[in-house]
Design a protein around this ligand. Structure first.
Ligand SMILES: NC(=O)c1ccc[n+]([C@@H]2O[C@H](COP(=O)([O-])OP(=O)(O)OC[C@H]3O[C@@H](n4cnc5c(N)ncnc54)[C@H](O)[C@@H]3O)[C@@H](O)[C@H]2O)c1
Ligand SMILES: O=c1ccn([C@@H]2O[C@H](COP(=O)(O)OP(=O)(O)O[C@H]3O[C@H](CO)[C@H](O)[C@H](O)[C@H]3O)[C@@H](O)[C@H]2O)c(=O)[nH]1
Length: 325
């Protein structure tokens, strides 16, 4: 089935890759974005509507114009450290923004909703592999805002028949294998793009935040998932809703943990560059180890990540960065 899909945050990193996957699957992704962190030149695969989730009248206009059959909701603030310093920003933009969007969707008759959540909803559960049944206990406003939106979706499913698929992403990495779009945050805070900026010579060194964690080499361990594999999961989630299956939560990770040090070593291997690395103190809010333990998305959505080995993710990000010049 094809049709228009409203993609909030479609000018951002994950949203732009989702738009490409939707376009390839025969849908028309309509991006709604206020460009606070996204870029209009990443909106390549469907129409663009400038707008802010806070502006309910604008949301109503966009729903009336395109009559989307589903919403994919990526737009949010998503920096853990910032959410600790400024929780109000996260509650207002993420939670109130999502509530406006849900109500605008329902008022327009749209009852399919796909939501970007995060493994930050689990808080710091060192040593445990995290799956859909792991109890949530967010430790910062970012994770708490995402968990609250999950609860809102569960409540609107019961009260208004809004069907939702909630994806809890682990660490998203890589870039479009064709290099058309990539991760471009300013300032960049994520490990892999920072390491690649060092390789490209635009940053002098990478700081490794902490080497005294209870992990094999003392640096934090993360589960990285390729952004294109993640985008494919969203199309599969949409098809699940089209089939009329009930809403569900899925963790999206590879199930493999890599330490910060292993990521830096892999980037040296893939790029052939030296990549100076310094050890510095822990970054507040970081959990020692966040690794997905679930195969529910593989089982129930038939999702099969194909590019989520570490070297391929780094190579795709590197190719996209060097292609962009
Ligand atoms: N990147 C990751 O590793 C990761 C991990 C877990 C979850 N997520 C979630 O995935 C989603 C996308 O993350 P990303 O890395 O692509 O971020 P991003 O900053 O690249 O994209 C977010 C987009 O939303 C837009 N936006 C933000 N607030 C808006 C508002 N009020 N109205 C309209 N547009 C708005 C921004 O301009 C941007 O284009 C977020 O919800 C994030 O919490 C990302
Ligand atoms: O310059 C850097 C940047 C990061 N790191 C380390 O690399 C690891 C990964 O850090 P990222 O900032 O790349 O990613 P996070 O794990 O902090 O955050 C990501 O996953 C979270 C869920 O855990 C949220 O969803 C968030 O939006 C998403 O960016 C962490 O141990 C961090 O301390 C460094 O050592 N040096």
């Amino acid at each position: 089935m094809s049709g228009h899909i409203l993609v909030t945050g479609g000018a951002g990193y994950v949203g732009s890759h989702a738009c490409k996957a939707l376009m390839r699957a025969g849908y028309v992704p309509v991006t709604l974005d206020n460009l606070v962190t996204g870029r209009q030149d990443a909106v390549l695969y469907g129409p663009f509507e400038f707008g802010d989730l806070a502006d309910r009248a604008r949301l109503d206009e966009v729903f009336a114009r395109w009559q989307p059959q589903a919403v994919m909701h990526f737009a949010a603030f998503s920096e853990v450290g910032e959410s600790v310093r400024d929780p109000g920003k996260y509650w207002r933009a993420n939670v109130v923004g999502a509530l406006n969007l849900i109500e605008a969707a329902l008022d327009s008759g749209c009852r399919r909703f796909i939501f970007s959540s995060t493994c930050s909803v689990y808080g710091d559960r060192d040593g445990v592999s995290l799956d859909e049944d792991t109890p949530t206990s967010p430790t910062n406003a970012y994770g708490a805002s995402k968990r609250t939106i999950e609860e809102m979706l569960e409540q609107f499913e019961r009260s208004h028949g809004l069907s939702s698929v909630i994806f809890r992403y682990f660490n998203v990495a890589g870039a479009d294998p064709e290099g058309e779009i990539r991760e471009r945050h300013d300032p960049e805070t994520h490990l892999i793009p920072i390491v690649l900026e060092v390789a490209a010579g635009t940053r002098p060194h990478v700081q490794m935040f902490g080497q005294d964690y209870p992990t094999p080499d003392g640096t934090c361990v993360r589960d990285f998932i390729h952004v294109s594999d993640l985008a494919d999961a969203h199309v599969l989630g949409l098809r699940r809703l089209e089939r009329g299956e009930p809403g569900a939560v899925f963790c999206l990770g590879s199930g493999n943990g890599f330490s910060v040090r292993e990521v830096v070593d892999a980037a040296r291997r893939v790029t052939g560059c030296t990549i100076p690395a310094l050890i510095s103190g822990r970054r507040p809010g970081d959990a020692a180890r966040l690794v997905a333990g679930s195969s529910k998305a593989r089982r129930e959505l038939d999702w099969e990540p194909t590019r989520s080995d570490l070297d391929t993710m780094i190579a795709d990000a590197w190719n996209a960065l060097t292609k962009a010049g």
